[in-house]
Design a binder for this molecule. Structure first.
Ligand SMILES: [Zn+2]
Length: 455
């Protein structure tokens, strides 16, 4: 019989046995295996800030199943079947922080940003790890070529917050994203001039007219943008466009909104002046950044359209000693003087505001990201600021709709993504607790993975 013959050979030949053993080892990984069950974590002994309510939840434990929050259960009733039990030691549990205006690539100097992109990428990866250790678990990147970094973070190559990339900022020629030196020979590319700075790196894009706007937006979506960023007024950091300048015609803005909404997502706009913000909102823009010159009419329109708003106070403080040239100094003074009004109107009309910082070109300054929360105490209570930094941030990144690569963020509830922070003091009593993260932040979980635990 064949079987006996085969058995005989096996018994007689040590060599054959060895070969079979090696082949069996090589073959092993090919055999289909049951996927490992996602790790189950139980978190006990905490007061819970759920991202939307100003009242803490007590007497509940939190159960994580892989990268989602499975459920909240009455304290002590979770059972014993967990891979890990984390005793919160009476601390304050919050969802991870969401910065809705951050540029992952802009931690270098301005000159370096327009130079070697390998250096920029390495610098960004290092900063992303530091940002996660501040408790920022999600970032809406509001312009820059960060698609590779997003992939590296999502696949676990390097630690960092999850990213919602906008891709290149889309600007008109002579607009906020146009950083070409002002020389007569620097014509638009279509007229034979050189390409704008940062364009070939994927960080900025200069367009004219409806057709180019459609192509520019689709190009960012092609690369993986989750939302689109356009500049519709002058800006503080650019030299040739005062803050009052309105950028892009209604037709161009409509084109951007059309191309984005065809992909199920939205357009955000850099806008300082009321007129610029109104034009953007009337033509479908759903998210306004800066708004230092807003009037009540603009904010009312924001409310009517259900649009959201992001201010940035800390960056103005940081730029004060840097922008000493007369052009940028005047613009910065103007933006700082006007910022408060827009905030008061936004409060009055119940606009959804996120935590947004826009810190740029100063690595040390960017480490003060959470000081934005403290500066907001001039206008908001600590619970209001915490809601901006979590639940509101989740609503804003959730506006990506069909384009959203992730689950529900910014809240502690069943089915939301497992981003968990535990502070040793109560951030609802004073949000400065969050800014002093080195002393107070004891646990950081992002996507169900524990990045810090000093409880
Ligand atoms: Zn910005």
């Amino acid at each position: 019989m064949v079987i006996l013959k085969y058995k005989d050979i096996l018994e007689k030949s040590g060599f054959v046995l060895a070969v079979i053993a090696v082949l069996a080892t090589l073959a092993a990984p090919v055999v289909a295996q049951e996927p490992a069950a996602p790790p189950q974590i139980l978190i006990t002994n905490v007061s819970i800030f759920n991202g939307t309510s100003e009242t803490l939840i007590t007497g509940q434990d939190v159960v994580l199943n892989g990268n989602t929050i499975a459920r909240l259960v009455p304290a002590g009733s979770g059972g014993t079947q967990f891979d890990q039990v984390i005793d919160g030691k009476g601390g304050y549990l919050s969802s991870g922080l969401i910065d809705i205006h951050w540029h992952m690539g802009m931690g270098t100097t301005e000159a370096e940003y327009f130079g070697d992109q390998n250096y920029v990428a390495i610098h960004s990866a290092k900063e992303a790890g530091e940002q996660l250790l501040r408790g920022v678990t999600t970032v809406r990147d509001t312009s820059g070529n960060v698609f590779g970094l997003k992939k590296a973070i999502d696949t676990g190559v390097t630690p960092g917050p999850r990213l919602y990339p906008s891709g290149a900022i889309i600007s008109q020629y002579s607009g906020h994203g146009d950083v070409r030196p002002t020389k007569a020979t620097n014509l638009p590319k279509e007229w034979g001039g050189p390409e704008g700075l940062g364009v070939s790196d994927g960080n900025m894009l200069l367009v004219s007219g409806r057709a180019q706007m459609l192509a520019a937006v689709r190009q960012q979506l092609f690369l993986g943008a989750t939302q689109i960023k356009i500049a519709v007024t002058g800006g503080v950091s650019s030299f040739t466009d005062p803050l009052y300048v309105e950028e892009f015609t209604p037709e161009e803005i409509q084109a951007a909104v059309q191309a984005a909404s065809d992909y199920g997502t939205y357009v955000m706009a850099h806008a300082h002046s009321a007129a610029g913000a109104i034009r953007a909102l009337e033509n479908g823009v759903m998210s306004i950044a800066h708004g230092s010159e807003l009037n009540e009419e603009a904010v009312k329109l924001m409310a009517e359209k259900g649009a959201v708003f992001g201010i940035n106070l800390e960056v103005y403080e940081q730029l004060k000693p840097v922008y000493t040239d007369p052009i940028r100094k005047a613009k910065l003074d103007q933006a700082m003087a006007g910022a408060g009004k827009g905030i008061e109107f936004a409060k009055k009309h119940g606009i959804v505001m996120g935590f947004s910082t826009d810190l740029l070109f100063d690595a040390k300054g960017r480490q003060q990201e959470l000081n934005e929360l403290v500066l907001r105490k001039k206008y908001f209570t600590s619970p209001e600021i915490m809601i901006q930094a979590t639940g509101n941030g989740g609503k804003i990144v959730g506006m990506t709709g069909k384009r959203n690569p992730y689950g529900k963020l910014g809240v502690i509830e069943e089915g939301a993504m497992a981003d968990i922070l535990i502070y040793s003091a109560n951030p609802l009593e004073d949000v400065a607790v969050v800014a002093d993260y080195e002393n107070n932040l004891k646990l950081i979980v992002k996507d169900g993975n524990v990045y810090k635990n000093t409880l």
